[in-house]
Design a protein around this ligand. Structure first.
Ligand SMILES: [Zn+2]
Length: 436
């Protein structure tokens, strides 16, 4: 059987051959080798030789990813000469963890990470700190493999730090298809956030003239419609459907390289997920980023559909920042929340200007936004078929806590979203009450 290569448009991108149809410009990305294939069995050494010519190597895995793929990769790389294996017993992205990784791989010039968020992010961050290069073999479809950022715990606070990109990112769909269904559903949930983040970002651009870049959306659009229509097949392990999800996840991770910001796939739906991580405390249900973003995407989709399908535009009032309420609820964190909100807050004059604009241009504005919005029901049905959680209660959250996430997450970041549209036009409280 010959290997089917599913890299598609990503293949053109990594070679600098993809031409943006809107501008005619050729675009590329900071990763030279991204391969998505139904199997990479037998191709491993060649891929790594191309990415790290002549380097001594260390394969980094934990017990789980070793069993799934690491052992196979270690064996396959033997012909390349100097290859060691570091089976990390307790992978963690803390200063101690990174020191352990550096010690365990000290003889290697380049590292090969095997799967999982923690292994891949640790290797990304660790090699960035000590100036080595790395590649990664994926064990699930995830945006994180192709991003230049790592989620690092410093002094107990989780932070997203920009470090560097991999030399190579390799997806063997035979391996990826065997990952837990829950991870596939979460990856699906984390990429369908495009359907609401683009509406938020474009609205901010249309209403306030903020910067906006469509390059990544053009790329994501090659597969999105078919992927959403194939939601059921993705979880049943169909390779073509899984390849669509994998391509979209990889492109999502690359999106920051076009814009230099995370706006493409991180607007209000991500703010709601961050709110859950920041404030659920001991009641956090240990749900993953993707699972939370999926539920929040459905919430934002319902809100955006409600506002943008109305005949009349919302009427804005000056932003009311509930300073005393924020201080009472969030303590010291409220200081930063108030600062973030002040940056996007409307005063009387701005609200009046906005209302005039909306009165004059509502049909034109809604036409642009509806064109990139998905009907709420289409999204809901697809997520249900992919096995995603659909409500805060499905995540295991107290519905009242989730309603607070909808009410207050607009205050954690200065990005203007439909939570602000609803908040500043007196619709947010009624909407929050309809959430569970
Ligand atoms: Zn995300």
């Amino acid at each position: 059987m010959s290997t089917r290569n599913f890299s598609g448009v990503i293949g053109e991108l990594v070679q600098g051959q993809w031409q943006d149809p809107r501008t005619g410009e050729k675009r590329t990305v900071p990763i030279e080798n991204i391969v998505i294939a139904d199997t990479l069995d037998g191709a491993e050494a060649e891929l790594i030789k191309r990415a790290h010519p002549g380097n001594s190597l260390a394969v980094v895995c934990d017990e789980r990813t070793r069993a799934v793929l690491g052992e196979r990769i270690f064996r396959a790389l033997q012909p390349l000469g100097s290859v060691t294996e570091f089976v990390w017993q307790n992978p963690r992205i803390t200063p101690e963890g990174i020191a352990e990784l550096a010690q365990g791989t000290r003889d290697a010039e380049a590292l090969i990470a095997i799967g999982s968020g923690t292994i891949s992010d640790s290797v990304k961050y660790g090699t960035f700190l000590d100036g080595r290069e790395y590649s990664v073999f994926a064990t699930s479809p995830m945006n994180a493999y192709t991003t230049p950022t790592a989620s690092v715990s410093l002094n107990g606070f989780k932070q997203s730090l920009t470090c560097h990109s991999a030399k190579g990112v390799f997806f063997d769909l035979g391996v990826v298809s065997k990952c837990p269904k829950r991870l596939i559903a979460a990856a699906f949930a984390d990429v369908v956030c495009r359907t609401t983040s683009q509406v938020d970002w474009l609205a901010s651009h249309l209403l306030f003239g903020t910067a906006y870049d469509e390059t990544a959306y053009t790329l994501l659009a090659y597969d999105e419609e078919a992927m959403i229509a194939s939601a059921e097949k993705i979880v049943s392990g169909d390779f073509e459907a899984l390849a669509m999800l994998t391509r979209i996840a990889a492109l999502m991770g690359l999106a920051t390289s076009f814009t230099g910001t995370t706006h493409v796939g991180s607007m209000a739906e991500h703010m709601i997920s961050h709110y859950i991580d920041m404030f659920a405390g001991k009641n956090h249900p240990h749900t993953s980023h993707g699972e939370q973003v999926g539920v929040a995407t459905l919430t934002m989709s319902r809100l955006q559909n409600q506002i943008l399908l109305a005949d009349q535009p919302p009427v804005f009032e000056p932003t009311n920042i509930p300073v005393d309420d924020l201080r009472a609820r969030f303590g010291l964190t409220a200081v930063e929340m108030i600062t973030q909100t002040e940056r996007k807050a409307l005063d009387r004059r701005k609200a009046d200007v906005l209302n005039e604009k909306l009165q004059a241009e509502w049909p034109r504005i809604t036409e642009r936004l509806r064109a990139v919005m998905l009907p709420h029901n289409t999204l809901y049905e697809a997520m249900k078929k992919a096995g995603c959680q659909l409500t805060g209660a499905d995540l295991g959250l107290d519905p009242e806590f989730y309603r607070d996430a909808v009410r207050y997450s607009r205050f954690i970041r200065d990005r203007f979203s439909f939570l602000d549209v609803a908040g500043d036009s007196g619709q947010l409280e009624a909407f929050a009450l309809s959430c569970d």
